[in-house]
Ligand binder design. Structure first.
Ligand code: G3I
Length: 334
């Protein structure tokens, strides 16, 4: 068999990919097995999909991914246990429609985490326990989510304690995006420092890695990794992709005259970004313990619909025919 990313990086870290159940057959499954030795369910383990009613769990999709991984000796990272998006409708409400109390919400969080983490105990090696709890507005600290409004900041520490109690061997992560921007990095650092000082069982930080041709710079990336390593945390890149468009904050539709061609300049610049990122990752072998791509190939990426609906993006190492791109060869050439 041809060498894959997982083979080139054997001495460094597992190389993973985000998947849904439909990728586990056909040519995509073959590519997954050739290239990756770790899987993250893209959506299947999030609270909305996996716990749709208060008394009912939907395990099929998550189980399918875990069985596939077990059959092929791949690791699995769980994603995620507590997030403000993709929450089930029932979660924050009482049956009469009023908002739940803090005590009731924490009980629900506990029962959810306990059930899901125990089901996959010994099969998942890591969990993103809390996802994206920092505010987008740099003037604010924590995101003003339902979690924060109802519980105050306690939900974060509690989520980690519940997960640790359910599977003491699992490596527990706080996961977020734009972590290389100084104003975001400092707030993520502040949160993690608070948790460490309070002896909360948090073991790592997930840098999502939704990057672009413009950012982050090599210096920003190194500074970020070193800053989190200084807290004694391991660092994983959990959702890597390199958008060929500059970051936009507002969602919008593609303009009729707007090109979404994948130019040779874009391909070249993207290959340089990927080469630089992986060079940096290899420079921190004790700290970087995993790198996961957010989707398999340019055939399907969440960036085709976000932030600009209907504009094709090309953020991954494999093209729409699942063939390795220029960027792939830069990543494995060292
Ligand atoms: O499954 C439903 C389907 O039943 C329904 O008919 C359809 C209509 O909208 O939606 C389907 O759900 C979609 C789901 O993906 C599964 O395809 C949701 O609308 C859609 O919003 C959801 O998007 C996911 C997004 O998280 C949710 O915010 C993306 O696939 C997923 O890639 C993305 O992943 C996140 C990470 O979890 C956290 N970090 C950022 C990253 C990118 O946004």
């Amino acid at each position: 068999a041809e060498k894959g990313l997982k083979d080139y990086y054997k001495a460094f870290f597992p190389v993973g990919v985000a998947v849904g159940p439909s990728a586990l057959k056909g040519p995509e499954a073959a590519l997954i097995l050739q290239q990756f030795n770790s899987l993250t369910p893209e959506n299947a383990m999030k609270m909305g999909p996996i716990h749709p009613d208060s008394t009912r769990y939907f395990w099929n999709d998550a189980d399918a991914i875990v069985s596939f991984a077990q059959a092929h000796q791949q690791r699995v990272r769980g994603h995620n246990l507590c997030w403000h998006e993709q929450t089930p409708r029932w979660l924050f409400r009482n049956p009469d429609g009023s908002t739940v109390s803090k005590a009731r919400l924490l009980k629900r969080l506990h029962d959810h985490i306990d059930t899901v983490v125990k089901r996959y105990k010994g099969k998942l090696y890591a969990w993103d326990v809390v996802n994206e709890a920092i505010a987008d507005n740099p003037q604010e600290f924590l995101r003003n989510s339902e979690w924060l409004k109802i519980c105050g900041e306690d939900f974060i520490a509690e989520a980690f304690r519940y997960a640790h109690a359910a599977d003491p061997k699992a490596v527990l992560f706080y996961n977020d995006y734009n972590t290389e921007r100084p104003e975001k990095m400092e707030r993520v650092y502040k949160l993690l420092k608070q948790l460490k000082d309070a002896k909360v069982p948090v073991h790592g930080v997930g840098l999502q890695g939704h990057w672009s041709l413009q950012e982050p710079s090599e210096k920003e990336l190194r500074t970020t990794i070193e800053r989190f390593a200084s807290l004694g945390l391991q660092v994983q890149i959990t959702e890597l992709d390199v958008s060929v468009y500059p970051w936009e904050k507002e969602k919008r539709a593609r303009r009729p005259d707007e090109s979404d061609a994948y130019t040779s300049e874009m391909q070249q610049r993207q290959a340089e970004q990927y080469r630089m990122f992986f060079k940096v990752f290899r420079d921190y072998p004790k700290v970087i313990t995993g790198v996961t791509f957010w989707n398999i190939s340019d055939k399907y990426t969440w960036l085709d619909t976000y932030p600009v609906a209907g504009r094709k993006n090309y953020p991954l190492l494999f093209d729409q025919q699942l063939k390795p791109k220029k960027a792939f060869y830069e990543v494995v050439k060292f």
